[in-house]
Design a protein around this ligand. Sequence first.
Ligand code: PRX
Length: 633
Amino acid sequence: MKISSFDHYKEVYKQSVEQPEEFWAGVADTFQWRKKWDKVLEWNFKEPRIEWFKGAKLNITENCLDRHLEEHGDKTAIIWEPNDPKDSHRVLTYRQLHDKVCQFANALKNNGAKKGDRICIYMPMVPELAIAVLACARIGAIHSVVFGGFSAQSIADRIQDAACNIVITADGGVRGNKEVPLKSIIDDALVQCKSVERVIVLTHSRTPISMIKGRDVWWEDEIRKVETQGNPDCPAEEMDAEDMLFILYTSGSTGKPKGVVHTCGGYMVYTGFTFDTAFQYQPEEVYFCTADIGWITGHSYIVYGPLSQGATTLMFEGIPTWPAPGRFWEIVEKYKVNIFYTAPTAIRSLMSFGLDVVKDKDLSSLNKLGSVGEPINEEAWHWFNDNIGHNKCPIVDTWWQTETGGFMISPVAGITPLKPSFAGLPLPGVQPILVDEKGEEVVGNDVSGNLCIKFPWPGMLRTTYGDHERCRTTYFATYDNMYFTGDGCLRDEDGYYRITGRVDDVLNVSGHRIGTAEVENAINMHSSVVESAVVGYPHDIKGQGVYAFVVCPNKHSDDELTRKDIIMTVARIIGAIAKPDKIQFVSGLPKTRSGKIMRRILRKVAEGDTGNLGDTSTLLDPAVVEEIKAGAL
Ligand code: PRX
């Protein structure tokens, strides 16, 4: 939605909360439906049951592909920049992308895929990843993309949870000068996964891999078969608005990651609308989101949101620091990128290389910047604004979550007055509310509390896969009649929102969500570990680092070696992204008489703030605190 002024935003916002159904029906009208809805919204947050555009029929890929063909078929849909700048880049027009999606959708069908199947995708950041995602959506199969940094065990957990019957992967991926042996990791994962009947393998890194007869097939062979069948088109499967589109696993404060479920109609409307509104996307603009499609940011704002709006979206396979730390700026210069959307952790990491790698690049094409994943600190905001945006590009600091599907609180580019480190005001249709510990609304401005949302929005999660009760207890049971985000937040005197970070036991490490319980479980798998407690601590680049207190009485004499073994254990169980940054061996953990670990104390120690640890009188063994303080890293 194009917004012409701040007053216009206020007007639209007011209408959107006073008449939400009319508002969202108007937005939904800008999409292509096979059949329109019978009812815009039915909901209750008790069960919860949320149904948007009930009775409507559609296929999201017709909105992302087919509807652009007549007028914009030759427009660039995807630009792909390879890991190695010496390799050739690729460009796919909307027509080419459409054809490739149809081809691969037919290949999936040839391999037994059908509507409702769950298909796991574990791939590098290549155009075929976007093609695989869209091909699943085309035939009504539910994709479950797993980020390339997760271990075989994590993949197996996710495949089993959703009982996937097909896996799509590649021989290997390359990031900087590191190779990720994707197929080999999949082979390890599949030892535990009896539901998988077929693995489709894209040739990419050309690493030698095993191919198992009857189970594994090459992507390229399957495409050739489709070509010889002479059937290039693949009519899109007709989906109900509330049919599942995908599952994406995310960490919480307890247990294993949960499969957040998004559905076809609402997610399509919400991601398209928020992309267009927050970035005020103009038809000729080149848009570059640096996320990986393995995370929600890539799902919503590399693939579905931009493509439903007919945008040109740039996919980058590599990392910001290889072969040199100016790589992002080189890409901006090379493709004359207009909108650049990245994460604070990337900005902080690039700041540390100084301005020399920025100065010689032509960044004049940029007109809008974006930030996502964690609160952006003022220093990073100003560096981004001064040196990348040259004080002429609005910074859209988008607050949202895997569960929200799309942006919730965010400036409208060029319209909303900006404040460094504030996500700003809610987008139209979003109704935030702050509550205190007791669940009472915190009213007025210049206040803080726990951030909840009090009215549904089309992009919200519908359930957690296979366990609706978990969805209810995690998000809808903390406070009556509200969705609880897990974030703390302040609202300043102008009503602007600033996210202060998680209030639950979830860490945000380099913009990745990591549950402390999950890391503890992995550490406890190490044979000499008795128990452990994990907390976050401020980290200059990552935002938060992982600090583990570990009780390990029978460890070997070499502490450093044991630390490395524990780190390796975590990498095997979860993946490299969850590796502890610091491991402190302790003889015991500070516990209350009822056996609860006092994390508050551990957090203070990890933060290096041991001056005042507060009340420790309820501790079972106060002496342990002195030992922990003395051994702090
Ligand atoms: O704590 C918030 C933080 O990231 C969490 C959501 O993580 P995830 O589901 O992995 O999605 C990340 C990409 C949307 C939130 O609960 N977060 C995300 N964006 C921001 C943020 N914190 C502050 N400012 C943001 N812009």
